[in-house]
Design a protein around this ligand. Structure first.
Ligand code: HEC
Ligand code: HEC
Length: 627
């Protein structure tokens, strides 16, 4: 008996069989058929919003349309959605030729019934459309709505699924036309490296507004995951691929109640460390689930009205039905994610010379494997270096290897930009306190950082002590399938971005990023500082416009505790006085002094392997390409 299959229902019967390289429903999972539980998990990943649509309606209201998913899905943008916003068009929809009965331009989509999931496609993969229970056709006025969504309830609510950011183009089956993909062109958890979140949040702004510059300097493929429940740090971070979950090492960590648990170090800083289901549920909250409760714990957009309070899991489980419904789906979601394999390049793209690959493998053993391998020498191995040299040459070294030890490394050791590592939402007393382990919170502070680039006075380098409480670390990321996911590093700031999802395009980005990784002198360095491209202004709540000159580092303003920011004025006597006293002059001195993350060079650090010979580096690049 043929069981329910998503690929089948979503139109496979309309397409020739060869459209599905491995067969409908199976192509990207290494050919294995999914179990019922895994299919349920896939549907959750692609289609389940956890009730977050209510939150997005709330943000549309409080931002007066600046962040309005309903306007974001406007069908007139369909022909250029990938180019302008990096989002993926749903293959089962087409562009509207006219406004719908409510005057809104919505993609025209096939009706697809997904068991247990009550929404329809909005036209963009990962954004789901619901009828709005508060809609009243007698008071509806489309013009009024578009001018300010706070004024009238719209006919639809739009919610976000995990797939919105995590589904990307399949590196092995890239679309012929990125604006018109088929289902088999997608990969479930590679991370959408082309997503332009900065554009989404600044769609309705002009370059006169400083925030526009913040959004437009945000690298593609990143999300500032601490924007809602803000930590007042602009730290957009790459939507990394989630692969080899079953091979990912676990660490034994102490929980808040003193018990111990074997957990993954989820997230860039390993902050989500209470188990995979807990980590996933936290993300549902972050994209809007249980927002009636969540939004009482922080000031969602500006972060100025109240300080954060911890989200209490027990309270959510008791009072929020969406929490309970979603929690019940997490077993399937995890089972599904465990089926996702990295995309391996076909032999035609790989080096053929076995000696070259051997040389690369040995360079990897000597310089990289202690961090980038889940196969580690057994405790007590007398000569770990020799063990690695032997291990990398075994034909199955890459099999079942997560290519990371999943450990946290201090920012002083890895040397990359500190922004994401000093995010504070998971520390004691902050919103995600209950989602990080006691072990995370008890980590010793990173050693102080010396010689950080000072963009105001380059001859006066900055010294900064990363705060304690768990902050100051980066987890070692997997290198599985890394040929397909450049630019590199937690902020996607290292290497060429070419917006080209073809194999050739991805390899060009990979080669450039690898060169810059291994030859640090080829990096942009101080040229990588994100600066404003013209004069703009920060609008303070008092109505005062704080002027920002063209060429100002966006991090100078974007990393200031927002309530303190409200006290600043260009013409403020105290600003100048304090600036004078600390000897850096004026407002910029005050901003630098109060910066929560005074680190401006975004492509620095991680110089492992940089002292190898050129021939070794070239061989290493060939070896990494096989991952
Ligand atoms: C708005 C974009 C966005 C959406 C939507 C989103 N994620 Fe993510 N996800 C990210 C980013 C960015 C990261 C990397 C964050 C980090 O590591 O600090 C990430 C990382 C993760 C990780 C950790 C990966 C790792 O290797 O440690 C998991 C697990 C995850 N997301 C699950 C989910 C789940 C579950 C959902 C749906 C509830 C979801 N994500 C929705 C952007 C998103
Ligand atoms: C001490 C541990 C350690 C060693 C040794 C190490 N790395 Fe890393 N690597 C990391 C950490 C931590 C990051 C994440 C840094 C960040 O994003 O800021 C990283 C990131 C990377 C990335 C970027 C991955 C991505 O998805 O953006 C690549 C590629 C990489 N390492 C390759 C290598 C290679 C090749 C070597 C050997 C020459 C090496 N690493 C040695 C810890 C290490």
């Amino acid at each position: 008996m043929r069981s329910y299959t998503f690929w089948f229902v979503l139109g496979s019967f309309l397409l020739p069989a060869q459209d599905y390289p491995g067969g409908a429903d199976t192509y990207e999972y290494g050919g294995q058929a999914l179990t019922e539980l895994e299919k349920q998990g896939r549907n959750t990943w692609y289609f389940w919003t956890g009730g977050g649509e209510k939150f997005w309606r709330h943000t549309a209201r409080i931002t007066h349309g600046i962040t309005d998913l309903l306007q974001y899905v406007d069908s007139r943008r369909r022909p250029e959605r990938f180019k302008t916003m990096g989002v993926l068009n749903d293959p089962d929809c087409t562009q509207a030729t006219q406004p719908d009965e409510f005057g809104l331009w919505m993609d025209v989509c096939k009706t697809v019934t997904i068991p247990g999931i009550p929404s329809q496609s909005s036209g963009i993969v990962g954004l789901r459309k619901f009828p709005n229970p508060k809609f009243d056709k007698f008071t509806w006025d489309v013009k009024k709505y578009l001018a300010d969504p706070a004024t009238v309830e719209p006919p639809y609510l739009i919610g976000m699924t995990c797939g919105f950011c995590h589904i990307g183009f399949n590196p092995l089956y890239p679309p012929k036309d990125p604006e018109n993909p088929r289902w088999y062109n997608f990969s479930s958890a590679i991370g959408n490296q082309y997503f332009q979140e900065g554009t989404l949040f600044t769609l309705k702004m002009t370059p006169q507004d400083f925030r526009w510059h913040v959004g437009n300097r945000q690298p593609a493929g990143t999300s500032d995951t601490s924007r809602f429940a803000t930590d007042h740090i602009f730290n957009p971070n790459a939507i990394n691929s989630i692969v080899h979950l079953k091979d990912r090492p676990v660490a034994t960590e102490t929980m808040a109640d003193g018990s111990t648990r074997n957990v993954h170090h989820i997230l860039k800083d390993g902050a989500d460390s209470i188990g995979t289901a807990g980590a996933s549920l936290r993300v549902y909250v972050n994209i809007g689930m249980c927002s009636d409760y969540w939004t009482t714990l922080h000031d969602p957009i500006r972060g100025t009205e109240r300080t954060q309070k911890p989200f209490q899991i027990a309270l959510a489980r008791k009072d929020c039905p969406d929490w309970r419904a979603t929690e019940a789906l997490m077993e399937g979601a995890e089972a599904f994610l465990k089926t996702v394999q990295p995309a391996r390049l076909a032999p035609e793209h790989l080096a053929k010379d076995p000696e070259l690959l051997k040389r690369g493998a040995l360079a990897f053993a000597d310089n990289c494997a202690r961090c980038h391998s889940s196969k580690q020498p057994p405790a007590g191995t007398p000569d770990a270096a020799a063990w690695f040299r032997e291990a990398v040459l075994k034909p199955d070294f890459l099999e079942d290897n997560f290519l990371s030890n999943d450990q946290r490394v201090s920012v002083a050791e890895v040397g990359t930009n500190i922004g994401r590592a000093i995010a504070s939402n998971a520390i004691q007393g902050h919103v995600w306190e209950e989602f990080s382990s006691r072990t995370y919170k008890d980590q010793p502070p990173s050693p102080p950082l010396q010689g950080l680039y000072n963009p105001i006075k380059p001859n006066k380098p900055i010294t900064f002590q990363p705060p304690a409480g768990g902050r100051g670390y980066y987890r070692v990321p997997t290198l599985s399938g890394v040929w397909a996911t450049a630019p590199f590093l937690h902020n996607n700031a290292l290497g060429l971005y070419n917006a080209d999802p073809s194999i050739t395009g991805r390899l060009a980005a990979f080669n450039d990023a690898m060169e810059k990784l291994l030859w640090p002198e080829k990096r942009l360095g101080t040229q990588s500082v994100w600066r404003t491209s013209q004069d703009s202004a920060v609008l303070l709540e008092s109505g005062y416009k704080l002027k920002v000159k063209q060429g100002t580092p966006v991090h100078l303003f974007a990393n200031i505790n927002a309530p303190e920011m409200q006290l600043l004025r260009n013409d403020n006597f105290f600003t100048r006085l304090i600036g004078g006293i600390i000897g850096r002059g004026g407002l910029t001195g005050v901003l630098l002094r109060n910066n929560l993350s005074p680190d401006f060079v975004v492509d620095r650090g991680h110089t492992f392997g940089s002292t190898l010979s050129d021939a070794d580096k070239r061989a290493l690049i060939e070896f990494v390409r096989t991952f």
